[in-house]
Ligand binder design. Structure first.
Ligand code: NAD
Length: 312
């Protein structure tokens, strides 16, 4: 039997660091090759092999895959929602070409499995806002959402046309303390914890009643691994699964933090990210993930807040 050999692309990002560490625990340190444009993240140092890689360079990627006998790729490199709005053509170019490079090499080298995350950003103002279903109106208005939606179609296409076993999740906003977020619209929900601890106050770039779907990083890592471990026959969605854990507003997370830090205060100065958030769902229906591969989140707002404040 072929041994699993995993390449993580974008391993130094908010998700990449924790996912790489989790995969190394499961598959053995030497079998998970971390890569990124950036210098190796402090938390990855000494935990396993690392290479510098620009995923846009298809030849380099191809050589790396052959040289290291890679069987699975986790592609996490991307330009996120808020950064994407500052340079839409660059975001489109990087988000699409990185995925096409990976899918095409997976086809050519007959790789076992590919993971690539999508986002709640695929939905737009015409999608139902509450408990947004898996299959509904999808008219994204940010370049990030447009690139994620196009990416989902490419994943399904490569699966049906060439048999590539590619799997994907529409992550909600992800909250973590180990590695910093990379320019998304939900970053406020990470910043607020740091500011609460350091300064006992926070100015939110989203308005007080902006509800968005969110998830604590341990749940996101577990969801990713559970989807990738599921039997191929049980994975009925080959675009990207809706995934859900909790939904809250800046006002609600502030109230939860106040239970631990009574002096904490919040103020609101919405900026360009408010418009992005206004087009996204308030909450998600992830019943297909629950049905197909038995997804169940562990963290709600209360449990996550206690854990974040303990660990920051
Ligand atoms: P991030 O910005 O923190 O990390 C991305 C990493 O990719 C960075 O370390 C960056 O250096 C690297 N990278 C960028 N361009 C590269 C290139 N050309 N070659 C190699 N590496 C490159 O992002 P993240 O939050 O970890 O997100 C990972 C994936 O999950 C992305 O596809 C993102 O769209 C998706 N996602 C994230 C969230 C979230 O809340 N964090 C929510 C939904 C979806």
């Amino acid at each position: 039997m072929k041994k699993d050999k995993i390449l993580v692309i974008g391993a130094c990002g908010q998700i990449g660091v924790e996912l790489t560490l989790a995969l190394r625990k499961m598959y053995g340190d030497a079998n998970v090759l971390a890569s990124d444009l950036r210098e190796e993240h402090e938390l990855l140092k000494g935990t396993g092999p690392y290479v510098s890689l620009d995923v846009m360079n298809k030849e380099m990627l191809h050589v790396l895959v052959i040289r290291h006998n890679i069987t699975q790729i986790y592609l996490l490199a991307a330009i996120l929602s808020a950064t994407g709005e500052k340079n839409p053509l660059l975001a489109w170019h990087i988000n699409m070409q990185s995925l096409l490079n990976v899918l095409d090499i997976a086809k050519e080298e007959n790789l076992d499995k590919i993971y690539w995350p999508s986002s709640i950003a695929v939905f737009g103002p015409n999608s139902p806002m509450q408990e947004t279903p898996q299959h509904t109106i999808i008219e994204p208005t940010t370049i990030y959402g447009i690139s994620k939606f196009a990416g989902e179609r490419w994943c399904e296409y490569y699966h049906h046309r060439y048999g590539v076993d590619v799997r994907s999740l529409r992550y909600p906003g992800l909250i973590s303390y180990k590695s910093a977020p990379g320019g998304g619209t939900t970053d406020y929900a990470v910043e607020i914890f740091h500011e609460a601890k350091e300064n006992k106050s926070y100015t939110s770039f989203l308005s007080e009643n902006t509800y968005l779907p969110m998830m604590y990083m341990p749940d996101a890592i577990r969801a990713t691994i559970e989807l990738m471990e599921a039997n191929a026959a049980d994975v009925t969605i080959r675009s990207a699964y809706n995934l859900s854990a909790m939904s809250f507003s800046p006002k609600e997370i502030a109230a939860e933090i106040k239970k631990h830090i009574p002096a904490f205060t919040i103020s609101y100065e919405p900026d360009y990210r408010q418009q992005i958030a206004d087009g996204w769902p308030n909450s998600m229906d992830d019943s297909l993930a629950r049905q197909d591969w038995k997804w169940h989140p562990e963290y709600d707002l209360e449990k996550m807040t206690a854990d974040m404040l303990k660990n920051i």
